[in-house]
Design a protein around this ligand. Structure first.
Ligand SMILES: Cc1ncc(COP(=O)(O)O)c(C=O)c1O
Length: 397
């Protein structure tokens, strides 16, 4: 046992990798909604790399696009144009609103870009403050941590970057009261992810839009987790019938290949002139080839339709299960971004489900988070529900 693949990797991991995570599995292969560990065990992956592999693991169209591009041109820096970056920009704009795109590599980097955009835009008017939401999550860099409403992530990293204020989510009066003549922007996730899968109330979001317009404040959405089809529309804002002035995206944009972006309406984006913002690796031809394949596949394979259909089905099946297990208190979410509020220890349930071959996530306070690939089938959802049933029965209430 001591020289098993798992033990060898775990030993090296302990010795050579900074211990900021506590992973339990060594995963070696993925295909569609399935992954396999170092001992050959198969799992249904209802985490999808935390909403990254939205087209499933190793989708052939994305793999093929990467293979083609890797032998043609990988990187040239942004001192030169490459052919693929503007192609992806066009696709992202046409899928959303009339704006322009800046390419980055991670969600935090994209959000840093949004914050810099807000400050640059506000600078001539003496505005710099960003209002964000309690229970929000925007990343682990110092500015995105300061924007993050989940204060536990900031412990030990004081002093906070100044210029951020947090208000309760879905509370328009609190937002109105927090606005001052220093407010440059409001930043929020249309569906909060890490905070516990909490969708914005449509009436609230419309009121936020109106308030920002009335007060001359930028409205910025963090769609890093809820974007790229996760909630059933390509951008989450499209499920609400309003438009932000700018938004960030990452995670699923490259289906696992690191790729992020922020997009802004031209009237705002014009303040970011040459030299004011940059990223060495942002928008390489290789990353953008993966991104183009993701967007093409989403439309070609009717992925959004499947997300809506299977999201409804998964919620129905969870509601049925909730009749049997009283510790399942609430089921909420949009599309295939689903949270189950539990009145028991979620970690125990997750460990049992993993034992039984189902990978899930948690978030917020005792919320089980389900983020399967958007390509998941009814049959795969049935398999997951069977595992949940068996695991919940074993762990009890
Ligand atoms: C809504 C949201 N914003 C930002 C981030 C940070 O993204 P990254 O880890 O790619 O920096 C995350 C990551 O979970 C997220 O869920």
């Amino acid at each position: 046992m001591s020289d098993s693949n798992y033990n060898k990797t775990a030993e090296r991991y302990q010795k050579y990798v900074m211990q900021t995570y506590s992973p339990k599995l060594v995963l070696v292969k993925g295909q569609g909604v399935y992954v396999w560990d170092s001992e050959g065990k198969q799992y249904l992956d209802f985490a999808a790399g935390i909403s990254v592999c939205n087209l499933g693991h190793c989708h052939p169209a994305v793999s093929e696009a990467i293979k083609q591009q890797v032998d043609r041109l990988v990187h040239v820096s942004n001192l030169y144009m490459n052919e693929v970056q503007p192609l992806l920009g066009e696709k992202l704009v046409k899928a959303g609103f009339d704006g322009v795109v800046f390419f980055a590599n991670s969600g935090a980097e994209a959000n840093e870009g949004l914050i810099k955009l807000a400050r640059k835009w506000g600078s001539e008017k003496g505005k710099y403050e960003v209002i964000s939401m309690i229970d929000s999550f925007h990343g682990r860099t110092l500015a995105t941590l300061a924007a993050t409403g989940r204060s536990k992530y900031r412990i030990g990293f004081a002093p906070d970057t100044p210029g951020f204020v947090q208000v309760p989510f879905n509370d328009i009066k609190a937002l109105e009261a927090a606005i001052t003549d220093k407010t440059a922007a409001v930043l929020l996730e249309p569906v909060q992810g890490e905070g516990g899968i909490m969708p914005a109330d449509p009436v609230y979001l419309k009121a936020v839009r109106d308030l920002c317009t009335e007060k001359g404040i930028m409205l910025m959405f963090d769609e890093v987790q809820c974007g790229v089809g996760r909630t059933g529309t390509f951008y989450a804002f499209q499920g609400y019938g309003i438009e932000p002035d700018a938004l960030s995206m990452a995670k699923a944009l490259g289906n696992g290949f690191p790729l992020a972006a922020f997009m802004a309406k031209k009237e705002f984006a014009q303040v970011l002139t040459p030299g004011t913002h940059a990223s060495t690796f942002g928008g390489t031809p290789l990353a953008c080839a993966a991104g183009c394949a993701v967007l093409d596949t989403i439309s070609k394979e009717k992925v959004l339709e499947n997300c809506v259909k299977q999201g409804r089905y998964l919620q129905e099946k969870l509601l049925e299960l909730a009749k049997k297990y009283k510790f399942m208190k609430e089921i909420r979410g949009k599309g295939l971004m689903i949270g189950v509020v539990m009145d028991c220890e979620v970690a125990k349930l997750m460990a049992e489900m993993m034992n039984n071959g189902l990978i899930t996530l948690s978030c917020g306070e005792n919320v089980l988070r389900l983020l399967p690939p958007l390509t998941v089938s009814k049959d795969e959802i049935d398999q997951a529900i069977t595992i949940m049933d068996k695991s919940f029965a074993a762990v009890g209430s």
